[in-house]
Write a protein that binds this ligand. Structure first.
Ligand SMILES: Cc1cc2nc3c(=O)[nH]c(=O)nc-3n(C[C@H](O)[C@H](O)[C@H](O)COP(=O)(O)O)c2cc1C
Length: 426
């Protein structure tokens, strides 16, 4: 029986004999370049950009070069196990699709297509708070597969409670609370195009479909300045009306005025800068689901999170979209893992592009990783099949890298994978 990696490899080479090349490139740079070509300028900026001069994005990638793998030989790696245990589930692969907002800018079927691809591969899907379809529709697309809900903590607690309640009712198995986005970072590519998708009715499906949101009253002074869409701005008006058409086909039809009012209400309540550690206890009481904090980078914050009784952490700097000139997430991972001492799962994202990257993150203490931009690119190129191709390619690359490094299972990965090199990790 060929290994998972060899099976995928052979299929691609066999297709090549028939004159077919992969529609979704396997090389990370080619994947991103192909997606960039397919996306319009605003979508490419939104998906591929970061904060400020994008030094954090670059640093996230550069950090992987600081941890060279040193392969071991003659260890009989003929059978390999890529599975992990996470919150009571056995998952076939040590990665999930992370939360990504506004996927409708990559593909019409957005989260639904990505969720179906994850589910078919048996891996977890994290539904974004800023999804393009309501979390109930995404849950249906996932079917019986593992799904988590990512929460942005709104300025209105009653809305947070409603989101949690919906997530519990629709079979979400964990709540990922993203802490690093109390406000949007200074994202120059988006700013220079004057483009924020939410203002055009995109990526706010969970709000528009929420009964509490629909009833929320927001004082005029909480609502920032926002012009009404008008004929002069043809492109943005068309986009706005496209969103409105989408919503008028949904369960709660919505005319242009209602949508414009909802967008203004969303802007007033979506971000929250007054969050502090004491609020976590309240969250703990509001849900029976495991709580996973996303955006932890400092070991002291990790210890504090454990004191608050959280069930898991994600070491992440949001793919460099929030703070420019920040530490690479990968460099912080071993510090956080050491602070946590295996008491809860530590997940990781920000820069994962290859199987070797996954091996390195697991070697530095991650239980699993979240995939971000690569799956957006797959979605942009070929919808559900494109996301599936990205998943299968990563799995194959991981499997081969693991075996070729002299390891049989992801459970064996620890810092010894770097031992024997002169790097700081050895
Ligand atoms: C276009 C885009 C949208 C994102 N939306 C969300 C989101 O809605 N919620 C969230 O917690 N993280 C969001 N993230 C962050 C990702 O979950 C993840 O942390 C990041 O993509 C990791 O970086 P990488 O894609 O470079 O590996 C987003 C990232 C991107 C690129």
């Amino acid at each position: 029986m060929p290994s998972l990696g060899r099976h995928r490899q052979t299929k691609i080479y066999a297709d090549g004999l028939l004159g077919r090349r992969p529609a979704v490139p396997t090389a990370p740079a080619a994947l991103e370049a192909a997606a960039k070509k397919k996306l319009d300028a605003s979508s490419a900026a939104y998906f591929l950009g970061g904060a400020g001069a994008e030094r954090t994005m670059a640093e996230n990638r550069a950090a992987f070069d600081r941890y060279p793998i040193v392969q071991r030989m003659l260890r009989n790696v003929s059978s390999r196990d890529l599975s992990i245990e996470l919150f009571g589930r056995t998952l076939p692969l040590p990665f999930l699709l992370g939360p990504i907002g506004v996927l409708e800018m990559a593909h019409r079927e957005a989260d639904l297509a990505a969720a179906r691809a994850a589910s078919a591969a048996g891996i977890g899907f994290v539904t974004s708070n800023q999804a393009s379809y309501p979390m109930e529709a995404v849950a249906d697309a996932v079917g019986s597969g593992p799904r988590w809900f990512q929460l942005y903590w709104s300025a209105r607690d009653e809305l947070v409670e409603s989101f949690l309640d919906r997530a519990e009712r629709y079979g979400y198995e964990a709540i990922v609370v993203t802490l690093d986005t109390t406000e949007l970072g200074w994202r120059c590519r988006d700013l220079d195009l004057g483009y924020l998708p939410f203002l055009r009715g995109r990526g706010i499906a969970n709000y528009l479909s929420d009964p509490v949101f629909q009833r929320l009253s927001v004082a005029d002074e909480e609502i920032g300045p926002l012009p009404r869409p008008r004929l002069g701005a043809v492109a943005s008006l068309a986009e706005f009306l496209g969103s409105q058409r989408k919503w008028s086909r949904a369960a709660a039809p919505m005319g242009p005025k209602k949508l414009a009012d909802s967008i203004r209400r969303f802007l007033a309540i979506y971000s929250r800068t007054d969050l502090s550690w004491d609020k976590l206890a309240a969250l703990r009481e509001k849900t029976r689901l495991p709580i996973v904090l996303k955006g932890i980078l400092h070991p002291d914050d990790a210890r504090r999170a454990l004191d608050c009784g959280v069930d898991g952490l994600v070491v992440s700097n949001h793919g460099g979209r929030q703070v420019d000139g920040a530490a690479a997430a990968l460099d912080q991972l071993p510090l956080v893992a050491d602070a946590v001492e295996s008491r809860v799962p530590v997940l990781f994202d920000s820069g994962i592009r290859t199987g070797a990257d996954i091996v390195k993150a697991l070697g530095l203490g991650a239980t699993a990783v979240l995939i971000g931009r690569p799956y957006i690119c797959g979605l942009a190129l070929a919808g559900e099949a494109g996301v599936r191709a990205v998943i299968d390619n990563l799995a194959a690359d991981l499997d081969l890298t693991l075996g070729l490094s002299g390891r049989r299972s992801v459970g064996e990965l620890d810092r010894s994978i770097f031992a024997g090199s002169p790097s700081k990790a050895a």
